[in-house]
Design a protein around this ligand. Structure first.
Ligand code: URA
Length: 207
């Protein structure tokens, strides 16, 4: 079945299925499962690390300072967050924004895998070490991998730094901008990424 015929509710239904998840201890401290947001029909998926405080409270990914930078980076390649889908490795906030634990990543991974299956993006941009190592199944860090085009499971993966890292280390912002240019070039080189007529706002999962 062609992707654009896929029911626009499949990802939304999946959210309904997992929004009360109790699979790990993070469920006890979270406010909301942060499923992801964007166009259910997007060819480009961003995968971050885990929700922070603002995301936990709002239920939406990347709404804090790192999200603002992500929004700016998207604007440099003529995209908005409604043109893409944004998700995270973990769906729940680790207390105090600590790093995700190996067991948490393992427990949460099936959710990301199912999201990827349903969305079927042509390109995935991993933001930071956790998403990159997970989706590329590598121990290599983001410093060596950022901006490279890597094939994984039939999809193009382009790793970049986590926007939050650039907030602490502004010299990374230029590198992120370069990586987004690589992303933009990769997308425009894929002729099949010409979008089917959009169903306008109905395609945007509003959480
Ligand atoms: N950092 C992430 O990795 N994800 C978010 O959703 C917000 C901040």
């Amino acid at each position: 079945m062609q992707k654009w015929i896929m029911s626009k509710n499949e990802l939304a239904s999946y959210y309904e299925e997992i929004k009360e998840c109790q699979r790990c201890a993070l469920s006890a401290t979270r406010t909301n499962v942060v499923f992801g947001a964007g166009d259910h029909n997007a060819d480009l998926l961003f995968v971050g690390e885990a929700p922070g405080k603002n995301e936990d409270l709002s239920g939406k990914p990347f709404v804090g300072a790192a999200g603002k930078l992500l929004q700016y980076l998207l604007s440099t390649i003529d995209l908005t967050r409604d043109d893409v889908f944004i998700a995270n490795v973990l769906k729940c906030r680790p207390p105090g924004n600590r790093d995700p634990k190996v067991e948490e990543i393992k427990t949460c991974r099936p959710y990301l895998d199912r999201q990827i299956e349903l969305l079927d993006p042509k390109v995935i941009c991993t933001l930071g070490n956790f998403a990159t190592k997970l989706l590329l199944d590598t121990g290599e860090g983001i410093t060596g991998l950022h901006g490279k085009r890597v094939e994984a499971d039939g999809r193009l993966v382009i790793p970049s730094f986590h926007p939050a890292a650039a907030l602490y280390n502004p010299s990374l912002q230029g590198k992120l901008e370069q990586d987004f240019k690589v992303l933009s070039a990769a997308i425009s080189e894929m002729p099949e990424l010409g979008k089917e007529p959009s169903e306008s706002a109905s395609g945007i999962i509003p959480f």
